[in-house]
Design a protein around this ligand. Structure first.
Ligand SMILES: [Zn+2]
Ligand SMILES: [Zn+2]
Length: 319
């Protein structure tokens, strides 16, 4: 089969590798569409033994059990847990004490995954929507919304409009919030406007009234600080990006005096999936998140646009 290989420095090639063979409890999926997650930046720059793909949708080629049939359209969940512990059984695989994730490498013609990674795509939806529905594209914003809902008319500020930030902006606007966003790249500012944000500014711009919710999606320590500076008294800051460095924090000034809640949200779990499907059936136009729909041999150009801040969601369709 063909798959993408991340060579480093944003270079991407198509390589031929053996098609994986499913073991017990595993399904073989023929991938129809894979999407690039914002978190793949590091793998794209540093190189990877295959690729960082962990959002994909396709059809079951070899089922693991009678639960799925050949030809069923499924999305692949990247965080599936052990499947046995009380947290997994409660639909909170992301909190599993055992296994945390699956291999990935899903920018490829085929993937083998444990059957519990399969999310059934509702009838009538194609693979380009399926990959957004079952991956980070909708999963991350939807779980964050369930954890910290916004009401109609609430001001929500999104800092950083990579693919995840754009998803938060689109979902919050769809559900009635007044969305403000900060982003350095003009391409993404314009896309956020098209997705329903009412005010999108560059760094240092004026955001207007203080927001009740700030969704921090840049992962930059200075932007974490900025989120605390800008959120309203009594408001909530949601961390929705990886920021693996220490950020100085003055609890009195930043948390106590202004009664600010600081929380995080990670990926999504099966307990979120029915809600995600409901959003799409209620008219959430997920396809608007996609700026680049490309064939595998065109992936490198689209990925370079992504690295340069000139993309929304990049989706690769596999023949
Ligand atoms: Zn991701
Ligand atoms: Zn578990």
């Amino acid at each position: 089969m063909k798959r993408l290989h991340y060579e480093g420095q944003g270079a991407v090639v198509l390589e031929e590798v053996p098609t994986p063979v499913p073991g017990p409890g595993e399904a073989l999926v023929r991938i129809e569409a894979s999407a690039v997650c914002g978190s793949e930046r590091q793998a794209l720059l540093a190189g990877h033994r295959s690729n960082g793909g962990h959002e994909a949708c396709g059809v079951v080629a070899e089922p693991a059990s009678s639960t799925f049939s050949v030809g069923d359209r499924v999305g692949l969940a990247a965080v599936i847990g052990c499947g046995f512990c009380e947290r997994c059984r409660a639909g909170r695989e992301i909190h599993c004490r055992g296994i945390s994730g699956v291999e990935g490498g899903w920018h490829a013609e085929y993937a083998v995954v444990p059957e519990r990674a399969l999310r059934r795509v509702p009838k009538g939806l194609g693979p380009e929507i399926g990959v957004l529905l079952t991956g980070d594209g909708l999963g991350v914003p939807a779980r964050a919304f369930r954890r910290v809902p916004s009401n109609e008319g609430d001001r929500v500020l999104v800092i950083g409009l990579g693919p995840i930030g754009l998803g938060h902006a689109m979902l919050r606007a769809f559900l009635g919030a007044e969305v403000v966003a900060i982003e350095p790249h003009q391409y993404r500012r314009e896309l956020a406007n098209a997705l329903g944000a009412t005010r999108v500014i560059g760094p240092g711009g004026e955001i207007g009234d203080a927001p009740m919710i700030v969704v921090e999606c840049s992962g930059r320590p200075d932007c974490v600080r900025l989120a605390f500076d800008l959120v309203d008294y009594g408001g909530t800051v949601i961390e929705s990006a990886g920021c693996d460095v220490d950020v100085p924090l003055n609890p009195s000034k930043m948390i106590v005096d202004r009664e600010i809640t600081y929380t995080g949200s990670f990926y999504y779990s099966s307990e979120d999936f029915a809600y995600m499907c409901e959003l799409v059936s209620n008219g959430l136009a997920l396809e608007s998140l996609c700026s680049h729909l490309v064939k595998p041999h065109e992936a490198e150009g689209a990925i370079r646009d992504f690295l340069d801040g000139n993309s929304g969601k990049v989706i690769i369709t596999w023949p």
